[in-house]
Design a protein around this ligand. Structure first.
Ligand code: SAM
Length: 284
């Protein structure tokens, strides 16, 4: 049965006061207070009753509860131990939820998935702490965990960067990184008024559908190429790649770009993921 109270602002205030909880701004604590958005995140994540879910940052458990009603099992990782008595009160009676207290950037995710989520496959669903959005997504994708999709609330600007393609102003190394591993889409636009306390920025929910067959390439070199190419946005690709990151000199890099039919005078923001792959397969 659904417990509507978990996203009621008066209930949240009451329970947090009773447990003497103070919001920690530096932990990105902006809790959801709108049931439609909570349901919208879960609906758009495409989860079924057979699914195993990893949530990051349950807060008082608002999204966690909705997930538990629609999935087989939910593991939620929360850094703030002062939320423990609150979560015990809000979710203590739910048998398909495990709360793990720890830092999402440090806990052993492989072990958690093996021991508590049936070894996967897992869908990640979360209202992320915005101060570590990129490191969290980076970790989830780079570690090649058995994940199917990642549906997360992010700052609107980050959502725009994630889904943007070549030639647009928001296209960045983050877009290339995400597009290498996933097919991203924005599934919800979210106003700042649905959070307590209210953040300064609007938000978006992005769904990252993880690709099954990734190209068999040297990823370290690939991301080195991407990073170097975007390091100086106003400079040409040739100048960016010749700034000392690689062993080849400028003339050699120019020749190789011409050989693989990429204009050395182009800017990185016009290149597709496949172009960066081609460069990384040829550059030394
Ligand atoms: N899911 C809740 C909701 O939607 O109302 C809370 C979301 S709030 C934006 C982010 C949550 O992430 C907070 O509960 C915060 O304490 C937690 N958090 C912050 N840094 C974390 C970290 N490094 N590891 C795990 N949780 C973290």
């Amino acid at each position: 049965m659904e417990n509507k109270r978990l996203y009621s602002p008066s209930y949240i205030k009451e329970i947090l006061n009773r447990h003497d909880f103070r919001f920690t701004k530096s932990l990105g604590q902006n809790f959801l207070i709108d049931g439609n958005i909570v349901r919208g995140i879960v609906e758009n994540s495409g989860i079924t009753e057979e699914d195993y879910i990893l949530e990051i940052g349950p807060g008082i458990g608002t999204l966690t509860e909705e997930l538990s009603l629609n999935a087989k099992r939910v593991v939620a990782i929360e850094i703030d131990e002062s939320l423990e008595p609150v979560l015990e009160e809000t979710l203590g009676d739910k048998s398909n939820i495990d709360i793990v207290f720890g830092d999402i950037l440090k806990v052993d995710l492989k072990e958690i998935i093996d021991e508590k989520l049936n070894g996967g496959p897992v869908k990640v669903v979360a209202n992320l702490p915005y101060y570590i959005t990129t490191p969290i997504i980076g970790r989830l994708l780079e570690e090649e965990l058995p994940l199917e999709s990642i549906t997360v609330m992010v700052q609107k600007e980050v959502g725009d960067r994630i889904i943007s393609g070549p030639g647009t102003k928001d296209y960045s190394s983050l877009s290339v990184f995400i597009n290498f591993y996933t097919e991203p889409e924005i599934v919800l636009h979210v106003p700042k008024s649905v959070f307590m306390p209210q953040p300064r920025v609007d938000s978006a929910v992005v769904k990252l559908n993880i690709k099954k067959d990734l190209p068999d390439i040297d990823r370290v070199k690939f991301f080195k190429v991407v990073k170097a190419s975007f390091a100086m946005r106003r400079k040409t690709l040739l100048n960016c790649l010749s700034s000392g990151e690689f062993e080849m000199d400028k003339g050699e890099i120019k020749n190789l770009l011409e050989e693989i039919q990429i204009d050395p005078g182009i800017r990185a923001e016009r290149l597709k993921v496949e172009d960066f792959i081609k460069i990384s397969e040829n550059i030394e």
